[in-house]
Design a protein around this ligand. Sequence first.
Ligand SMILES: [Zn+2]
Length: 352
Amino acid sequence: MFDRGEVFRKLALNVSRYSGLAALAKPLVGGIGAILMLHRVTAAPAKPLGINRHLSITPEFLDQAIEDMKSRGYQFVSMDETIDRIRSGHADEQFATITADDAYRDNLTEALPVFEKHGAPFTIYVAPGLIDGATDLWWDVLEDVVGARDRIDLLTPNGKTVIDASTPARKIEANQRLENYLTGEVPEEEQRVVLRDLARQAGVDFDLPRRETLMDWNEIRTIAGHPLATIGAHTVHHYNQRRLPADKVRQEMVDGARMLKDELGTAPRHFAYPYGYTAAVGPREVGIAREAGYTSAVTTRHGILRPEHAGHLHALPRISLNGRYQHIGHLRTMLSGITTPLANSGKVVVTV
Ligand SMILES: [Zn+2]
C-alpha cells in the first residue's frame, strides 16, 4: 500500500497523445531502468465497489508486461543488482526489477508462476505487524464497512457524524471521507481503535481481510527460500512515518528489520516506505532509513531510474502497475520516461 492512482487518472486522459511523443522525448527524459511496483496479483474478481481495485492486477497482465519489456530489451534483475547498476551508472541495457508490497498471498500462488516462467527476480516488502495482526489491513476493512451499511455513525472528538452510504456512489464518497479521517486526523497508533469500532458497528470481521489475503509466516518463509526472491522491510506497523516522531520512525525501521531476521534468519537489506507518497515520506525519513543501515529504500513516487539516483538510493521512485489501467501501451509510455516529469512538476530525477 499505497498508490491511489492520481498520477494514472491524470495521465490516462493524455496517454494517446503522449505515446507518439515518447519516442522523440526519450533522449531527454529516458532512464537507465525501472522499479516496477505491484501489490496484489490475482485473477479473482474485485469486491463489488472496486475501491481497492487499483491495488490488483491479473497474472495475465503481469505476464504480458514482463514479456513486452523483455522483447524491448529490458533485463530483469534482483534489487541487489539494481542497486549495483545504479551505482555503476550502468546504461548499456535497460533493466527492471519487480517489487510487491505487503506480502499478499497471491504473490505466492498467482504471481510466482509468472516470475518463474520469465526468470524474473522480485522483492516482497513485509511489515510484520500486518502479518501478525498487530496492524489491520484497514483499506480492505473500510471497503467492507461501507459495503455493509447504508449509514455509518462516526464518533469523533467533536461529536457524532452520520455518513450516508446508501448508494454505490455515496459508499465511495463515504470510504474516501473515512479514509481521510483515519489517515489524516486520527493518530497512527489509534487508527485501529477507530477502525474496529466502525467494523463492529457494521458487523464486519476486521481480521478477515488479513487472514484471507496476506501470507502467514510459513508462506513468507516458503517464498523467501525461492532463488528469485528477496524479502525487504516495510516497518513493523505500516504507519505513515511522517506522522510519527523521529525516535518512533527509527524504532519502526530498525525493529521491522530485526523481526524479519528473527523469522527468516536473514536481515533485510532493502526497504519500502509505507504508503510512500509525499505526505508519508520526506527527507527526514530518507535520512533515518539510511542511518538504519538499509542499502536502498523505495517510495511510491512515479518515476523511472536515472544515473543521478546513485546519490539517492534511499528515495527511489517506482512505476506502478495499477489495476485500473492494465494496458501495455500505458506501461510503454511510462517506461519511456515521458510521464516522469509530467507527474512531478517537471522533475526528471524523482526523489522525495
Ligand atoms: Zn504497504
